[in-house]
Design a protein around this ligand. Structure first.
Ligand code: APR
Length: 238
């Protein structure tokens, strides 16, 4: 339990925080998301966008359809409560499902983009799609007529410029860093908790399973986000 005053909190969330909302995770639980026999890191790759953009859209439109039935859960909502209580708060999410924003999070960086945004493959104009409207619309850029692609960071691609740098700056300056629902295997996002710890932050992890981060944590709370995060936040702001 924390016995110091913290005034700057940074949170890193992964697919696990949305699991109880019905959004499948990528790893963990002994299975891995596949699409027509293709591992997710192959279908969600820059290479596939070049080779078969229609197939990439089929995968993303399928995921957007699944999201139609998904609502933010108690863990998403608890982080909103924490954000409203702490003066200096930043939520960095690897998730593209938009559930944090729908729950009410405002100070948020979506380091892997958002599944309900697309962008032109040539002029990079961005489009906000109707939430979970399937199939994706527009299919073509209204500026230059070229195809659009999901505005999501795919394997083999860089993070949105500035987003990562802002996240590192926050992580190195916070005194409490909370990691929720990530396998901590995908960089550079997974480096943030290590940056925070190296700069003196108290590091708490919430995950039903151990991860490569567990050994670095001051507390590793074993269990589901929806069950643990609300109590954790209540204790923090009491
Ligand atoms: N509550 C908390 N954590 C959970 C829950 C739950 N209910 N259910 C599963 N988890 C944990 C799993 O134990 C696992 O450690 O969530 C983690 C999910 O890991 P991944 O599926 O690897 O998701 P994530 O860490 O977000 O992946 C990072 O990889 O595929 C890319 O771009 C994609 O953003 C994603 C990135």
């Amino acid at each position: 339990m924390i016995n110091f005053d913290f005034d700057s909190v940074c949170v890193l969330s992964g697919a696990g925080i949305s699991a109880e909302s019905g959004v499948p995770t990528f790893r963990g639980g002994g299975k891995s998301a596949v699409w027509k026999g293709m591992p997710f890191d192959e279908i969600s790759s820059a290479k596939m966008v070049k080779e078969n953009l229609d197939e990439v859209w089929e995968w993303f439109d399928y995921r957007r359809g699944v999201l139609k039935e998904c609502e933010p859960n108690k863990a998403h909502k608890a982080l909103v409560k924490l954000e409203k209580t702490v003066d200096d708060f930043l939520l960095v999410t690897q998730n593209v499902d938009g559930l944090h924003t729908r729950a009410g999070s405002e100070n948020i960086i979506e380091v892997h983009g958002n599944i309900n945004r697309s962008r032109c493959v040539v002029c990079r104009k961005r489009f906000q799609m109707q939430s979970h409207h399937v199939p994706h619309d527009p299919s073509k850029c209204d500026e230059c007529g070229n195809k659009v692609r999901p505005d999501v960071v795919l394997f083999g691609e860089m993070l949105p410029s500035g987003a990562y740098e802002r996240a590192v700056e926050k992580a190195s300056g916070c005194n409490l860093f909370i990691v929720v629902g990530t396998s901590a295997l995908v960089y550079p996002a997974a480096i943030l908790p290590e940056v925070a710890k190296r700069n003196g932050a108290y590091l708490i992890e919430v995950n039903p399973e151990e991860t490569p981060l567990t050994a670095y944590c001051d507390e590793s709370l074993r269990g589901k986000a929806g069950e643990i995060v609300p109590d954790l936040v209540s204790n923090l702001i009491a």
